[in-house]
Design a protein around this ligand. Structure first.
Ligand SMILES: Nc1ncnc2c1ncn2[C@@H]1O[C@H](COP(=O)(O)OP(=O)(O)OP(=O)(O)O)[C@@H](O)[C@H]1O
Ligand SMILES: [Mg+2]
Length: 414
């Protein structure tokens, strides 16, 4: 095993378990509820070919199932091979990659398990390895099928799933490594030596994350409802290039017990749409709500849920709603870390998009494609602090108007 220094830039602190989800398989995801016909494999002339599965193996024997027998080959769509096939790794390979899951390779821990930085000898690639908690794991076949599906997802704003290990009772996922870690660590509780994100980076991150979500909602077949969009799941590459991580993980992760079911339904505090919390019914519009919360975090620098704040301000959306109604208060919503370096028009537009996304009524929230259009425009308007005076001093002369039409966002400059 080669010596490998695991000095990742991402947060190394374990996540706060109180504000994290635990997985729950009770509520169907979009992928879960898709018709059986879509799940079926097809040949090169047909749709997506799923891995060939051998006959049912009793649960107690599944631990010995060799994933090589699952014939993870030849995934075709419209007669052409699509994406790269998920690679399988042995547990020994991943142990070697992480120096036996050494503590200095530890990147953090979420609701599904621990994440380590590793170096894969055979590919000479630095990766992030997520070791799923072994509690309540699904069988090998189901895991492999879902992972094979997820590894087909290929978009510049989605973290690439490189492969997996399903050996005995071990379940590990191997992802591309994102060197700047999560957005959360660039927005909240910054260490002294870390610079606050500037306005342009924030808007570029928002636009990129929206494009990733648009791909999951509109381009994936079957569509994927993300269900756990939050700052810690937006990972950053060089130049703060954002990618969404952990989509589809609810399907492959451990199912958890009854207690975890309810916490999972509630989602992560502060990000969960009220309609989803009340009915447990997951829709694309629940993702839009969570996206709106992330956008508000980017604008305000506040956390989605902050138990250290006074009661009225603990939930970001509850704090923001009354302020949305009064233009004079818009400047109060801007992250003080920006030190007034933001475009007033851009702020109005960004707040308008966020306000639309976090509306109580799901049908009033915009579709992701409209959010992408608005944010692509906003992020293309490069703000140069040197040629603008302090944003906060210009707040009384807004030029941007926002229109609301049946849940559609439209920003225009007049
Ligand atoms: N591909 C990756 N590259 C770099 N760091 C990663 C990668 N994936 C996860 N991490 C880091 O590992 C830590 C834990 O991530 P993880 O996804 O397990 O938890 P989470 O996002 O906080 O919660 P959840 O389980 O709900 O997604 C985070 O700090 C994250 O930044
Ligand atoms: Mg995550």
């Amino acid at each position: 095993m080669g010596c490998f220094t695991c000095t990742g830039a991402s947060g190394t602190e374990p996540t706060d378990k109180n504000t994290r989800n635990k997985p729950n398989k009770e509520k169907p995801t979009a992928a879960e509820s898709r018709p059986d016909s879509e799940k079926e494999k097809s040949d090169p002339s047909g749709k997506v070919k799923q891995p060939e599965l051998k006959e049912e193996v009793p649960k107690d024997k599944q631990v010995y199932l060799d994933t090589n027998e699952l014939e993870l080959k030849d995934i075709y769509k419209d007669g052409k091979p699509v994406g790269k096939q998920a690679q399988t790794f042995t547990f020994d390979e991943l142990t070697a990659a992480t120096g036996n899951f050494r503590s200095d390779c530890f990147l953090g821990e979420g609701g599904f398990g621990k994440v380590y930085k590793g170096h894969l000898e055979k590919m000479n690639q630095v990766v992030a390895i997520k070791q799923l908690d072994r509690n309540g794991l699904q069988g090998t076949k189901e895991f492999v099928v879902e992972v094979a599906m997820l590894s087909l997802v290929d978009h510049p704003n989605l973290v690439k799933l490189i492969g997996f290990c399903a050996e005995r009772d071990q379940r590990l996922l191997v992802y591309e490594y994102m060197p700047l870690g999560s957005l959360e660590t660039h927005l909240h509780d910054l260490p002294r030596n870390r610079k606050a994100l500037d306005w342009n980076s924030r808007m570029k991150i928002a636009a990129g994350a929206a494009r990733g979500l648009e791909y999951l909602h509109n381009k994936m077949k079957p569509p994927i409802i993300y269900r756990d969009l939050k700052c810690s799941n937006i990972l950053l590459g060089e130049g703060y290039h954002p990618k969404l991580s952990d989509f589809g993980l609810a399907k492959v992760g451990p199912s958890g017990d009854q207690t975890h079911v309810s916490t999972r339904v509630m989602g992560t505090y502060g990000y969960c749409a009220p309609d989803y919390a009340m009915t447990g019914q997951l829709t694309f519009k629940s993702d839009i709500y969570s996206f709106g919360v992330v956008l508000l975090e980017l604008i305000s620098g506040r956390k989605a849920y902050d138990p250290l704040k006074e009661r009225k301000e603990q939930y970001l959306v509850a704090w923001a709603r009354p302020l949305f109604r009064d233009r004079k208060k818009f400047s109060l919503m801007v992250d003080p870390m920006l030190q007034g370096q933001y475009p007033v028009r851009g702020l109005y537009q960004a707040l308008a998009i966020a306000a639309m996304c976090v509306q109580e009524q799901p049908n009033m929230r915009p579709a992701i494609s409209d959010v992408v259009t608005a944010l692509n425009y906003l992020s293309s308007q490069n703000y140069e602090p040197s040629v603008h005076s302090s944003g906060s001093s210009r707040i009384s002369s807004p030029r941007a108007t926002t229109k609301e039409t049946g849940g559609r966002v439209s920003t225009s400059s007049e």
